[in-house]
Design a protein around this ligand. Sequence first.
Ligand SMILES: [Zn+2]
Length: 176
Amino acid sequence: MDLSHLDKKYFIDTRIYNCPFCRRGNVVYRIIDSFIFDWSNESKVFGYLVKCGSNGCEKISLHFSKKELRKTTRSEYGLTLMNEFKDNIDLDNEFFYSRPTSFFTIDERINKKIRDLVFEAEQSRQANLLVGGSACLRKVIYELLEFEKSILRDKKTGHANYQESIRNLKNKFPKK
Ligand SMILES: [Zn+2]
């Protein structure tokens, strides 16, 4: 069975996730805190702090959802919320904001301009601003080409030819 789609997920199930900090896959996490706040006059948002259980990492990420996602258990006092997410829900779909997002925790070796733009693109996507998000990503590519001095210009017009430039960048870093 092909399980590679699980690598692309943030939360795999109620116990296991791919940690955005230590980048280890399939590690145990736990909810260490949760809270509700007023997102606006009309809506409330549920926040969860999730801690990586991987030895030496133990970093905490933040996740917002429009729904209460914790399990309830029946006790003598009625229903009590547990510090665990409900079964059988796709947590990645339920969170509309996570910090850090799973894939773009870019480390400091990458130029800051590029990191900032990728961060902006993520924020746009999370806010459903897809045009803005793709504009940011396009800028990331332009910046990267410039940074790597890979821009090729049209000899007549002097304008950058990005298609050729991307090919040029690809040739600079052939797969080993
Ligand atoms: Zn971790």
